[in-house]
Design a protein around this ligand. Structure first.
Ligand SMILES: *[C@@H]1O[C@H](CO)[C@@H](O)[C@H](O)[C@H]1NC(C)=O
Ligand SMILES: *[C@@H]1O[C@H](CO)[C@@H](O)[C@H](O)[C@H]1NC(C)=O
Length: 355
């Protein structure tokens, strides 16, 4: 049994500091290091990591208080250190500004991702950070019923993921600050591998645009002898190939359907009042609807009849048949989604996989 998510209230006891440590690790694990190392010597790569660790502390503290990009010159000591080290090289100034620009770019990108994933309801004073593959279509339906754009949650229409929804990114900085401070903030999470598998089966099994946009490239990159094959359609990507692809992707730039929840909703920058789980979807949704004071006729929708949920058995099968080396490399990428939301790591020991 998984522990109830609301026991892990996101009270901000020492939040920002923890956040920076966490983010620091993300930096180490994510592709940004790999990208930099192509450009900078390894000592400087290390310094970028140290510097971005310190700066991220500032950024996280400051990012939602002041929606201006924080000046990247503030964390005195560490940057001085970079400067002193760099002084002997003629390219020092260039390297300096390149590092600073990369940090600045990263801050902007991260903030954009967050604001584009938070939906606003001003009448009931709440913010909902949506995570694709975690009942987000159903929550969007609820939001549309609450703002009058949809008559009932059961209206049989295809979900439009943009229209009639208000994104936090469309507000002015002071309006954003006000809402983040005073509104009820919630999000929903799901077992990370189950979410990935659900994304894989849905996008590569059913959606042609994803097969074309991602599938073709994945097959060409990871299937032997197909790099230049023009007949690749991308409709038969295997789960192992998909995982291969995820390993090479930067978590901060991934498609939202497989971007870690940590990067989408950034619980270290936003102090959520409630984190519900897919495992307790019904009761957790009921709790949120009561908490925001939704009228009694607004219910959380039943699961759509066409929806094929990922079962424990299916997940077990996919994880056990995946080359274990790939799984071991994949877990660190999603480790914050496991640890922050208290999901145990998958058990793929030979013993357990035999069942
Ligand atoms: C930062 O972003 C700008 C504008 O998008 C881009 O031109 C520049 O190359 C980026 N710099 C780094 C170091 O990534
Ligand atoms: C994994 O599963 C096996 C068999 O079910 C069990 O004996 C073992 O203790 C489990 N390992 C962990 C780390 O939970």
């Amino acid at each position: 049994m998984l522990p109830r998510r609301h026991d892990y209230g996101m009270k901000r006891t020492g939040g920002p500091r923890n956040g920076s440590v966490i983010n620091f690790r993300t930096t180490v694990n994510s592709g940004s290091v790999r990208r930099s190392s192509a450009v900078l010597p390894s000592v400087l790569t290390f310094l970028v990591i140290v510097a971005s660790g310190g700066l991220l502390l500032m950024i996280e503290k400051g990012m939602l208080n002041s929606m201006e990009t924080p000046p990247p010159m503030g964390s005195g000591k560490r940057l001085d250190f970079i400067r002193r080290v760099g002084k002997h090289s003629p390219a020092a100034v260039d390297v300096d500004s390149q590092i600073l620009q990369e940090i600045r770019n990263r801050t902007i990108r991260t903030r954009k991702t967050l604001l584009q994933h938070i939906l606003v309801n001003d009448q009931y004073h709440f913010l909902y950070c949506y995570v694709p593959k975690v009942a987000c279509s159903n929550w969007k339906r609820v939001l549309k019923v609450l703002n009058g754009a949809l008559e009932s949650v059961d209206v049989n229409i295809k979900m439009d993921h943009r229209s009639d929804l208000q994104f936090l990114s469309s507000f002015k900085p002071e309006e954003i600050r006000h809402r983040l401070k005073h509104y009820f903030k919630f999000m929903f999470v799901r077992e990370p591998m189950e979410r990935l598998l659900s994304a894989y089966r849905n996008k590569f099994g059913e959606i042609e645009s994803y097969q074309k946009k991602y599938g073709v490239e994945i097959v060409k990159r990871y299937r032997k002898g197909r790099a230049k094959d023009a007949s690749v359609t991308g409709d038969d990507v295997t789960f192992a190939e998909f995982v291969h692809y995820l390993l090479d992707e930067d978590a901060e730039r991934m498609n939202e359907h497989w971007m870690p929840v940590y990067n989408l909703c950034q619980p270290c920058a936003v102090s959520y009042d409630f984190i519900g789980s897919y495992e307790h979807l019904e009761s957790d949704s009921e709790f949120v609807l009561q908490r925001i004071g939704a009228p009694p006729h607004v219910r959380f929708p039943e699961r759509q009849t066409w929806y094929k949920p990922v079962t424990t058995e299916t997940l077990h099968y996919y994880l056990c048949t995946l080359p274990q080396k790939l799984l071991r490399e994949l877990l660190p990428k999603y480790i914050l989604d496991f640890s922050l939301y208290a999901y145990p790591l998958p058990n793929t020991t030979t013993e357990n996989c035999r069942h």
